[in-house]
Design a protein around this ligand. Structure first.
Ligand code: AMP
Ligand code: GLY
Length: 420
């Protein structure tokens, strides 16, 4: 098979390295890919948002299967367009991807079908939202832009002043454009967070092993929110009993709800959960593999990934037996100086071999370029250094030992991944 992956970060690198293990896969392409991905797949210079370009390339090259990994092209209907062109594609249609691209849609869906989530209200006019805040005396609150906002559309407001500021920046200053036309104001809930990715063909859902993200930039969960500074799998807070409960009260009901709404979801559905004292609740849905969750989940997959992706698209996931390794895995993200704010690019990375790897770990490239056999930084998150071990401490020790062999000017990474 000729398989084409759309995207260019650490998540895509992890997908590509797993697909490369499949006896069914002959050639891998990636658009746009990155320096590390170019060691494992043929990278093509097409933007992940260029739907026409992706469809044209897939037709010209006789691609057998496309994996659309990032949120934006999914929300924009890339999978719909590939299907229209007769090219099998993994990922939800735009209609189904709405579960991520509209928080208002997701919250209303959960309310309608009794899926546990934080209490909320939707506002379409800033005056109404500000009036609500004046009447409200319980803080903090979570204030969320309806649409996609590069993972920055959630503001946790400690008091009324911060909340009013958030409403104004989203709805009046429109810092995320039309994504702020509507907002959700949510009750603040607390508890350990768990990420669960699941394969689903719209009828059957098979959860993957759990993971835990570390969203804040600095040790001790300080600093700004980022796309994710590191992950571990499994998530120590998520046991068999909790998995069973989530399946019954959240996963299954979500798939059925999407079916009943005429938006069957095929692809990877990501459940961002909070284990509150009143039980597990949904914080967010993503219509795709998480990043950097994928980097710790897929290394534990023992079943042929290509076979699973085909079964999802052909709606026969129920037939596939998916096996996972009992080992633990850990991913430490090495980021550019300044991330998640502005950062420099083009700095040489030392310590990687000619394939962009180091001994004792797997290095998933998130933001790198490659020139004359050397690797350079080319993004905020640069590398996801990942290792597996019999126990979580063993996996972490291996990952951090590998991180110690790699350097670039200003590199920063959290020293406390998996420590709490
Ligand atoms: P998101 O961008 O949706 O992943 O949200 C970012 C982070 O905000 C989540 O990982 C949570 O830690 C936090 N968060 C979102 N919604 C709530 C809420 N209702 N209560 C408390 N924390 C929240
Ligand atoms: N790591 C969180 C996400 O992929 O959105």
């Amino acid at each position: 098979m000729k398989v084409f992956v759309v995207g260019g970060g650490g998540r895509e690198h992890a997908i590509i390295r797993k697909l490369a293990e499949s006896p069914r896969v002959d050639i891998l392409y990636c658009a746009p890919g990155n320096g590390g991905i170019s060691c494992d797949a043929e990278c093509v210079d097409i933007s992940a948002m260029d739907i026409d370009g992706v469809v044209r390339f897939a037709k010209e090259q006789g691609i057998d299967f496309v994996v659309v990994a990032p949120d934006d092209p999914l929300a924009a209907g890339m999978v719909d367009r590939l299907e229209e062109a007769g090219i099998p594609a993994f990922g939800p249609t735009a209609q189904a991807a709405k579960i991520e691209s509209s928080k208002v849609f997701a919250k209303n869906l959960m309310k309608k079908y009794g899926i546990p989530t934080a209490a909320y209200q939707v506002f379409t006019r800033s005056q109404d939202a500000l009036e609500f805040l004046r009447q409200n005396d319980t803080y903090p609150l979570a204030i969320k832009a309806d649409g996609l906002a590069l993972g920055k559309g959630v503001i946790l407001a400690a008091d009324r002043e911060e909340a009013e500021q958030a409403v104004r920046t989203l709805m009046e200053d429109k810092i995320f454009g039309a994504s702020g036309d509507q907002i959700v104001i949510e009750e603040f809930i607390t508890g350990p967070e768990v990420s669960v990715l699941a394969f689903t063909d719209g009828k059957t859902l098979k959860p993957m092993v759990s993971s835990k993200d570390h969203k804040r930039a600095l040790d001790g969960d300080q600093g700004k929110n980022t796309g994710g500074m590191g992950t571990i799998s499994p998530n120590p807070h998520y046991d068999e009993a909790m998995a069973e409960r989530c399946s019954r009260t959240i996963f299954q009901p979500t798939i059925e709800a999407l079916q009943k709404e005429g938006r069957p979801f095929k692809g990877c559905l990501y459940f961002g959960l909070m284990l509150t004292k009143d039980g597990p609740k949904v914080i967010e849905y993503n219509a795709r593999f998480g990043d950097p969750e994928t980097q710790v989940v897929l290394p534990r997959l023992q079943t042929d990934l290509m076979e699973i992706l085909l079964a999802v698209v052909e709606e026969r996931l129920a037939e596939v037996d998916i096996q996972w390794s009992p080992e633990a895995s850990a991913c430490v993200v090495m980021a550019s100086e300044g991330y998640p704010g502005p950062y420099p690019k083009g700095l040489e990375i030392q310590g990687l071999d000619s394939h962009g790897q180091v001994d004792g770990a797997v290095v998933y490239h998130a933001g790198t370029s490659r020139r004359d056999g050397k690797f350079y930084t080319n993004g905020g998150r640069v590398l996801g250094v990942t290792a597996t071990g019999k126990t979580l401490p063993e996996a972490l020790e291996k990952a951090y030992a590998a991180v110690g062999k790699i350097s670039f000017p200003g590199a920063h990474y959290r020293k406390d991944i998996g420590k709490r």
